[in-house]
Design a protein around this ligand. Structure first.
Ligand code: ATP
Ligand code: MG
Length: 267
């Protein structure tokens, strides 16, 4: 089967054309010593993989002493691998997969993409909540976060997207649905990067960075990512009066666009 996974720093999103799922990306390693066993919530995950074990999802949020959700500007790392494998273990049908996953725009380079492919494209044996599953990733393509979401925007011409995540903000420009590299970039801070987030001040920082890259006041600017609803009114007021949410639910735009790409490549 083919599927799309957006292994975000805060939330992992999965879409296979039928199931649209979001679970917490938190991971705790080596924490299987607990007295009260059993899966209590739908996204409580106990995992074992290649000699390591631990908690993930809501279980890591609730019970881990050492849980962290790595907030990084690249997804070529173990945590992202584990999030993707848990999503396929829990929600994928069958054992063989062709997938599309995401990477921030700034690090969407050949080197990083190769690192992610080398990490994913092979056979994996993963146990989640006591169930062992073999997962074979045949093919994996890596799509730029935010830029991919621009494919969901209506109309042609210049379309701008700002994807406001927990650990990064991606700025994408598309012209007639083609990605324009020179006016697309990443701000490597997100909604959870500040110790005490001041939404208005962060919105101003987000807006200023786009103006500095010559984005214009009259541009068609669309927002996605979990931070979008909070930031939207400030951007409308001070920077882009026509700015709007790409979709009413801000979390799933990237993964839906990754799925469109997956269908085109593998369908
Ligand atoms: N109910 C919620 N659950 C989780 N995050 C929420 C919720 N409501 C708003 N948010 C905001 O959404 C952010 C997460 O958004 P999103 O899922 O798009 O990030 P991400 O894709 O995991 O991160 P990144 O793109 O940086 O990897 C949180 O940091 C928080 O500020
Ligand atoms: Mg994201």
């Amino acid at each position: 089967m083919y599927a799309a996974i957006d292994a975000g720093n805060r939330n992992t999103k999965f879409y296979d054309g039928k199931q649209l799922i979001k679970f917490p990306s938190a991971i705790g390693i080596n924490e299987l010593q607990r007295n009260l066993k059993g899966q209590r919530k739908p996204f409580d995950f106990e995992w074992e993989y290649e000699g390591k074990c631990g908690f993930a999802g809501t279980l890591a949020e609730d019970e881990s002493e050492y849980a962290e959700s790595r907030k990084d500007d690249s997804k070529a790392h173990f945590d992202a691998l584990l999030r993707i494998l848990i999503a396929l273990h829990q929600f994928g049908v069958g054992i063989e997969f062709n997938i599309v996953v995401g990477q921030p725009i700034a690090t969407h380079t050949e080197e990083e993409k190769t690192a992610i492919k080398n990490m994913l494209q092979r056979r994996h044996d993963l146990i989640v909540n006591g169930i062992r599953k073999t997962i074979v990733i045949r093919r994996c393509e890596i799509s730029p976060e935010g830029a991919a979401a621009g494919l969901l925007a209506p109309g042609t011409g210049i379309v701008r997207v700002i994807d406001i995540g927990s650990g990064s903000v991606n700025y994408a420009t598309l012209k007639d649905r083609q990605y324009i590299n020179k006016s697309s970039f990443t701000f490597a801070e997100g909604m959870e990067s500040k110790s005490n987030l001041q939404v208005a001040a962060f919105a101003r920082q987000i807006g200023t960075k786009s103006v500095n890259r010559k984005w214009g006041k009259g541009d068609a600017v669309y927002l996605c990512g979990g931070g979008a609803p909070a930031i939207l009114p400030y951007l409308q007021e001070e920077f882009f009066p026509h700015c709007q949410l790409l979709e009413p639910d801000p979390f799933f735009s990237n993964v839906k666009a990754f799925y469109m790409i997956a269908r085109k490549i593998y369908g």
